[in-house]
Design a protein around this ligand. Structure first.
Ligand code: HEM
Length: 129
């Protein structure tokens, strides 16, 4: 479980960096053909977060953190899929910033869960060995 948490934590970073990079390129009107890839990778990120949720629940991480991450994993794809129709017009940038922050929030949730899983005394490598 410890190793799985490390692997998923790293995959979240890779996926998240791809999201931020492609997203910022979209923002400046570039590589719009990659939007479907961005959406697919966003779903992967949400699934990675849910994988950590499962590990965290099994590791006994506080249910508050686990529940928040469950909800966040739903909000990320739902917001991502619906954002283009929100506040259309000069204020659409507010939605774009919110979308970026929600996405980065997912990365933060994943990071927090992974650290808490790895911090469980019974899962530290010395205790496992
Ligand atoms: C399932 C999840 C996601 C979906 C479906 C999704 C979908 C989209 C779509 C369709 C766009 C283009 C919007 C437009 O041009 O009008 C976009 C842009 C963008 N995305 Fe995502 N996204 C997801 C996750 C993420 C995540 C996790 C991040 C960051 C960690 C992110 C960061 C961005 C940024 C910075 C932009 C450019 C600004 C904007 O248009 O909002 N996205 N996303």
């Amino acid at each position: 479980m410890y190793t799985a948490a490390i692997i998923i934590q790293r995959l979240v970073w890779v996926s998240g960096l791809v999201q931020i990079t492609t997203g910022l390129l979209f923002w400046t009107g570039n590589v719009l053909a990659l939007i479907p890839l961005h959406m697919l990778n966003g779903l992967v990120l949400a699934l990675l977060l849910w994988s950590l949720v499962r590990l965290a629940a099994r590791a006994g991480v506080h249910p508050g953190y686990v529940s928040l991450a469950v909800v966040w994993g739903i909000v990320v794809p739902v917001f991502g899929l619906t954002q283009s129709g929100m506040l259309v017009g000069p204020w659409h940038w507010v939605i774009q910033v919110a979308h970026l922050l929600v996405g980065m929030g997912a990365m933060g949730q994943a990071e927090g869960l992974a650290r808490r899983i790895k911090g469980r005394p019974q899962l530290r490598p010395a205790a496992v060995a």
